[in-house]
Design a protein around this ligand. Structure first.
Ligand SMILES: *[C@@H]1O[C@H](CO)[C@@H](O)[C@H](O)[C@H]1NC(C)=O
Ligand SMILES: *[C@@H]1O[C@H](CO)[C@@H](O)[C@H](O)[C@H]1NC(C)=O
Ligand SMILES: *[C@@H]1O[C@H](CO)[C@@H](O)[C@H](O)[C@H]1NC(C)=O
Ligand SMILES: *[C@@H]1O[C@H](CO)[C@@H](O)[C@H](O)[C@H]1NC(C)=O
Length: 594
């Protein structure tokens, strides 16, 4: 329903240079209504299919009134899903597991527009933003350029210095471990996995991506373009190039697979390893995952070749890639998201669950998802491998550590070391603070709407005070001083300083905003569509079985000689206590901090 607001109503508002303020700067349209400027001073809210009507889409239609009255809050669902273990133990083994999983998938994924809507250059529906894949998409349009303040109309004319915000609210004072027990195996998985679709284009600038697959395409393993892929391929039995070190398979040197990799000058080419993602030389944890997936690819090729001796290199390669995509999605849903959610409902990767409901098999990565996924608080203050403590200086771009210790030892070390809590504020190691500053600066450049507008977009009630947001008086008082108004609070800092849910890794907003992007991206993959999701796509029953039974544990243990402790969480308390004692003896040694 389109309604015109008489310009008179707006005349009392703070005026820009021209005497009138763009009315969309007030974000007047509620319940996902779309704001359009009309005439010189007016606006319309398009409330079509929102279930609401009125000038600002504030009045519920009859059925919406009933639904809104009956619908429990996200906090309520979360509480149920993370409590009453006995209840979920029963649900897990009944048809209700499927029903609830279908509900989780559809309710979450429905929050993501598909086909996508805006981008950073187009705050309205346009053909260009649909068709030009170089843009990250946007869930909410940018704050209009001509608004009185960067947050629209609220808050200061100039936002507080990004470095100041980061130092005061995000910088770690003392390491806060994640109460859900996440470990570095989890942290490096997150980093390795997400860097296939978060690849901001240095050349085209913020708001643009180089990962044109916009989802789980394993560009982090195979490269984000055909030229790179071809350099990484062996062109024999479908396999990827590799080198043998101590009789074990590792990614090839850039001398053998000449692709661009980012390394500091001090690292000579014979020490540079070539993998799909150019930044993975940065951390041994990333190169460790790259090695595991390389071995998995070549292992799957052997299995496929055994079953299909007539197949050529190309078909073996392509089919292995689809199997690895399936394995990745399986592991992400049933190991990674299962752990992260803390849900007692046993999650299930089964595309058939949603064959009966409306769902678009496509995905576009958004600026907001990219911003939100900067989970640097996960990173510890140092890295412990076989009782040896390594500083960032020793760890970063360390090209020998992976082969010095081997994959098993690193898996075991990373699986036993606690990661930091993401939410709650003040938990980013000083070596990584510049990343957070960069995120805040990018969000300003791209004119992201305030945190509270995203709360509303994802069906949450906007916060009314900084105290309510943080649950911490001191932080709240300082935020109030810097931002002046809770409606001016920024997206990324908002997510990180939000009070965490009890015993949880982060707060409500990270879950409610992150989960829809995540599940839409995973189930929106073409392999999940009815035409693809069948054994023949994966080379037959064996390949399909590999997808349907993939676990983190198998990814590791089918590709190493000795199966180590491997999980996304640290071992149970008995083992942790044992580790703590062995750790305290190490504290006497001087640590080489940067
Ligand atoms: C609609 O929103 C604008 C801007 O927030 C406000 O000034 C106006 O009073 C609202 N109108 C109605 C009818 O709610
Ligand atoms: C996408 O948009 C950017 C910015 O306008 C432009 O440089 C680029 O060529 C476009 N890409 C395509 C494929 O049209
Ligand atoms: C139900 O699922 C949870 C989460 O995966 C798991 O911890 C629990 O053991 C399961 N219970 C049964 C009976 O399968
Ligand atoms: C890299 O790690 C190894 C242990 O695997 C260590 O001996 C070496 O000193 C580290 N390199 C640097 C430059 O710190």
């Amino acid at each position: 329903m389109l309604l015109l607001l008489p310009p008179l109503l707006l005349s009392a508002s703070p005026a820009g240079a021209s005497g009138t303020v763009n009315p969309c700067c007030y974000f007047p349209c509620q319940h996902k209504g779309v704001c359009v400027r009309v005439g010189t001073e007016g606006y319309e809210c398009d409330c079509t299919r929102t279930g609401y009507f009125g000038v600002n889409c504030t009045f519920p239609e009859f059925w919406m009134r009933i639904r809104a009255a009956l619908k429990p809050s996200p906090a309520f669902y979360h509480f149920i899903l993370t409590h009453f273990r006995w209840f979920w133990d029963i649900i897990n083994s009944t048809f209700l597991r499927d029903t609830l999983m279908r509900l989780v998938l559809t309710i979450r994924a429905n929050l993501i527009p598909s086909p996508p809507t805006y981008n950073s250059a187009h705050g309205y529906i346009s053909w260009e933003s649909y068709v030009n894949l170089s843009y990250f998409t946007r869930i909410l349009p940018p704050v209009p350029e001509d608004c009185p303040t960067p947050s629209g109309t609220k808050g200061p004319a100039q936002l507080p210095d990004a470095r100041l915000v980061a130092e005061r609210f995000l910088l770690r004072k003392t390491f806060q471990p994640d109460p859900q027990g996440s470990n570095l195996m989890f942290a490096f998985f997150a980093q390795h996995f997400t860097h296939q679709f978060f690849k901001t284009s240095g050349k085209m600038g913020h708001g643009f991506t180089r990962a044109l697959g916009h989802g789980v395409d394993l560009g982090n393993i195979y490269g984000d373009n055909l030229e790179r892929q071809n350099e990484l391929r062996l062109f024999q039995d479908g396999k990827l190039k590799y080198q043998l070190v101590n009789g074990e398979m590792y990614p090839p040197r850039v001398l053998e697979a000449p692709v661009h990799m980012i390394y500091p000058k001090r690292v000579p080419p014979e020490q540079q390893r070539a993998v799909g993602q150019e930044v993975f030389g940065l951390l041994p944890g990333l190169m460790m995952y790259a090695t595991l997936w390389l071995r998995e690819h070549n292992r799957v090729c052997d299995v496929l070749k055994g079953e299909h001796p007539t197949w050529g290199d190309e078909q073996l390669f392509q089919t292995a890639r689809l199997i690895l995509i399936g394995e990745t999605i399986k592991i992400v849903i049933e190991d990674y998201v299962q752990h992260l959610s803390g849900y007692h409902l046993q999650l299930k990767f089964d595309p058939e669950l949603i064959f009966g409901v409306q769902f678009q098999y496509q995905n576009r990565i958004s600026v907001e998802f990219n911003q939100l996924y900067h989970w640097h608080p996960l990173m510890p203050d140092f890295f412990i491998i076989q009782d040896q403590e390594y500083s960032y200086e020793q760890f970063v771009y360390n090209t020998t550590m992976l082969t010095d210790y081997g994959v098993e030892a690193l898996v075991e070390a990373f699986s036993k070391q606690q990661a930091g809590q993401i939410g709650g504020g003040q938990n980013i190691n000083k070596n990584l603070l510049k990343v957070a500053i960069g995120v805040i600066e990018e969000s300003r450049l791209l004119r992201l709407q305030p945190f509270n507008e995203y709360r509303k977009r994802f069906n949450m009630v906007p916060y009314t005070s900084f105290q309510e947001l943080t649950g911490d008086e001191e932080m709240a008082a300082e935020l109030q001083k810097l931002y002046g108004d809770i409606d001016a609070m920024e997206f990324y800092p908002g997510l990180l300083v939000e009070k965490t849910q009890p015993n949880s890794i982060f707060g409500e907003s990270m879950v409610e905003i992150g989960a829809p992007f995540s599940l839409k991206g995973l189930l929106g993959n073409p392999i999940c569509s009815p035409e693809y999701w069948k054994p023949s796509t994966f080379g037959g029953a064996t390949g399909f079985e590999m997808v349907n039974t993939a676990t983190l544990q198998k990814l590791v243990c089918l590709n190493v000689k000795r199966c180590p402790y491997v999980a996304f969480r640290v071992p149970d308390s008995g083992d942790v206590a044992a580790m703590a004692t062995s750790h305290s003896s190490r504290e006497k040694e001087p640590s080489a901090e940067l």
